[in-house]
Design a binder for this molecule. Structure first.
Ligand SMILES: Cc1cc2nc3c(=O)[nH]c(=O)nc-3n(C[C@H](O)[C@H](O)[C@H](O)COP(=O)(O)OP(=O)(O)OC[C@H]3O[C@@H](n4cnc5c(N)ncnc54)[C@H](O)[C@@H]3O)c2cc1C
Length: 415
């Protein structure tokens, strides 16, 4: 493909695929969105809603390796390495270790820092265009600790961390007393970030993005893509036994993206990094309270328009493996210990973050099949990075320079 495409097929209707589909359609490329299910049942619906521009440091780091033993689930931590899924996570873990050298960590941090710096402006542009600016609240977030020791250690960690364009302040004693009214667990310290934010309602975000895509003239196809080829034009085969053709195909199927690339000779080390949430009707949690990270519990609590959600856990497995109910039990126990009210019964949800071993996304065009683009692997930051990824994909499609250097996100790094 040497000229800008006039048509495109986007595979996957998560927040990343949808943001890309809107960006392509807006730039005059007739786009068809292919996905099997209703919008927003995957990770894009169940996430914590946090626009986390402060998470500049990739998890693949020397610090992560040192802290891993005490972060394991059976020791009370968030990291699950289920023995029955060892074939899924062991090869990933070995690659993660290789990606955690100081030099690679430093390069990853520079790459994530550059794309995260554009994340919030890109969301403002996308939601302004969609007429849905109220869905983005730029009021930062709060991190709290429940003991003097964990507050001192946590504060030291954040002071040493690169937080990109986000900044934080210590919460004053008066501010801490205010936060204390939200929970019965004693709070020993807190910091408040500026520059980060939240999506106020993930379901409404999905509806607003779909509405914008349709209003721009985008088409939809309810089907599962089973194969993609793309040397001159792109061809996407569907489980309905037919094929669609276009000038460009974009693989944005989240944690299910790798099997679409395998027949093209690309073995992508993508893992389903599963997270859990419980959620209920928000009662006494203030509607304008920012997302609150209970760092000692590795849990984030987010107030959405009508709901309160508590999310946690990183469980390395296959996307289709059965959930581990002990994780919901632990979330319920945390919520009880904090004295939060979710109403009864709270919904329980599991979903898969699409994660690559160096904790950088994959955004680019395939060198050997240039009619195929890809945008997946956004790990814990898919909501945060969706809008900027859409802009980057539209620029790539038009053979323009993206506003950020995309070379660190090229899949060639795994060949
Ligand atoms: C508990 C939890 C909390 C999180 N919190 C945050 C947060 O606060 N902030 C943040 O930025 N990120 C967060 N994340 C990460 C974020 O949710 C993900 O990175 C993001 O949703 C990934 O989006 P996606 O569009 O790539 O994938 P998905 O949302 O998984 O969407 C992929 C879509 O592709 C479709 N699909 C799959 N296979 C095919 C196929 N063959 N053909 C067609 N369609 C297909 C699926 O149906 C699905 O709808 C969190 C994740 C979890 C699990």
């Amino acid at each position: 493909m040497t000229q800008a495409p006039s048509s495109a097929i986007v595979i996957g209707n998560g927040v990343v695929g949808l943001a890309c589909a809107i960006a392509l359609q807006r730039r005059g490329i007739a786009t068809t969105l292919v996905a099997p299910d209703q919008p927003w049942r995957g990770a894009s619906w169940g996430n914590a809603g946090h626009i986390a521009i402060e998470q500049v440091e990739p998890f693949a780091s020397p610090t992560l390796l040192l802290s891993l033993p005490r972060r394991l689930f059976w020791r009370g931590g968030p990291v699950g390495l289920p023995p029955r899924a060892i074939a899924a996570w062991l090869p990933f873990a070995l690659k993660l270790v290789r990606a955690s050298t100081p030099a690679r960590f430093s390069r990853g941090k520079a790459a994530l820092g550059a794309i995260l710096a554009e994340a919030m402006p890109a969301w403002r542009r996308l939601l302004t265009d969609a007429g849905a600016t109220a869905l983005l609240r730029e009021a930062g977030h709060v991190v709290v600790w429940e003991s003097v020791a964990t507050a001192a250690a946590g504060l030291a960690r954040w002071r040493a961390a690169d937080t990109g364009s986000a900044r934080f302040d210590m919460v004053s004693p008066d501010g801490l007393a205010e936060l204390q009214r939200l929970t019965r667990a004693p709070l020993a310290g807190a910091i408040r970030f500026r520059g980060s934010g939240q999506i106020t309602d993930p379901a409404a975000l999905g509806e607003a993005l779909y509405a914008r895509f349709r209003a721009l003239g985008g088409c939809e196809r309810h089907a599962r893509a089973t194969g993609v080829t793309g040397t001159i034009g792109a061809k996407v085969t569907l489980d309905q036994g037919i094929a669609l053709t276009a000038d460009l195909a974009l693989i944005a199927a989240g944690a299910a993206s790798a099997p679409l690339l395998a027949p093209l000779g690309l073995k992508v080390p993508l893992v389903a990094e599963r997270g859990y949430h419980i959620e209920g009707a928000a009662t006494d949690w203030p509607v304008d309270a920012p997302p609150m990270v209970f760092e000692d519990r590795s849990m984030i609590v987010t107030r959405f328009t009508h709901r309160l959600r508590a999310a946690s856990f990183v469980e390395f497995a296959r996307a289709g493996d059965p959930p581990d109910p002990r994780k919901w039990d632990r979330l319920h126990a945390h919520v009880r210990a904090l004295g939060l009210s979710l109403g009864e019964p709270a919904n329980e949800w599991i979903g898969a973050r699409p994660t690559l071993p160096d904790y950088l996304p994959a955004i680019g065009l395939l060198a050997d099949a240039p009619a195929i683009a890809y945008a997946f692997g956004h790990q814990h930051l898919g909501l945060t990075l969706a809008a900027v990824t859409g802009e980057a994909i539209a620029a790539l499609a038009h053979r323009e320079a993206a506003s950020i250097d995309l070379s660190p996100f090229d899949l060639a790094r795994f060949t």
